[in-house]
Write a protein that binds this ligand. Structure first.
Ligand code: CO
Length: 214
């Protein structure tokens, strides 16, 4: 049955789902019953929409362990109601202990932001990455190799998004009550390894005073 389905067919996904559900039940008859009881994830993941970076798969975690938000180039934009709603819910209702911004080398969004082509509507989103580029222009343009420069911008973009999270009143209000760590990671397709960029922000003291709210 499976082999008759075209690789691009939508039916293939539904078949895959049935197979997956069967395998889960065979290994753990209570698997789905546990999920119906609710979720208590300790992590919020902010990652790229790229199909090659599935949060649960690359961290070897199960359903229920990570609350996930993904967009083009894993950006944290202060006017993005979608991201803010996910963040608010994760912090204030789910009480996650860690927020992870995970970028990836070879990110199409970052690469597109580095050239001058007109991508239409998505220009507005990529503009935010161009701003990161300008902030670190000197460091970036000292890197002669194009790919290494792009890799560095991927890392700097993650670091900036970690800072953007710390600048939100949602995160700052949480810090008044409890501990909450924000991490910046980057994933590589070459070896499947996630590297910690060591830009963790644990509290308001790690943030420039101008961004601190009373
Ligand atoms: Co990407």
């Amino acid at each position: 049955m499976m082999n008759q389905l075209d690789d691009n067919s939508y039916e293939r996904l539904l078949e895959g789902n049935k197979r997956w559900s069967k395998e889960k039940l065979a290994k753990d008859p209570e698997f789905f019953e546990e999920l119906t009881k609710g979720q208590q994830p300790s992590y919020l993941w902010i990652g790229c929409s790229d199909s090659r970076v599935p949060a649960n798969e690359i961290t070897d975690t199960k359903s229920g362990e990570i609350f996930v938000h993904r967009n083009v180039a894993n950006l944290v934009i202060h006017t993005d109601m979608n991201m803010l709603s996910v963040l608010y819910y994760a912090v204030n209702v789910l009480h996650v202990k860690h927020i992870i911004v995970c970028g990836h080398y070879g990110c199409g969004g970052v690469l597109a932001a580095m050239d001058n082509r007109n991508y239409g509507l998505v220009n507005k989103w990529l503009r935010n990455i161009k701003d990161v580029y300008v902030n670190y222009k000197k460091e970036l343009e000292e890197i002669p190799d194009q790919q290494k420069r792009a890799n560095r911008l991927v890392e700097l973009n993650v670091i900036e998004q970690v800072r953007n999270l710390a600048k939100t009143s949602i995160v700052q209000d949480a810090w008044k009550k409890r501990s909450l760590a924000i991490h910046g990671w980057v994933y590589g397709f070459n070896n499947g390894i996630i590297s910690d960029l060591d830009c963790r922000i644990n509290d308001i003291n790690d943030l420039d005073p101008i961004y601190r709210y009373e």
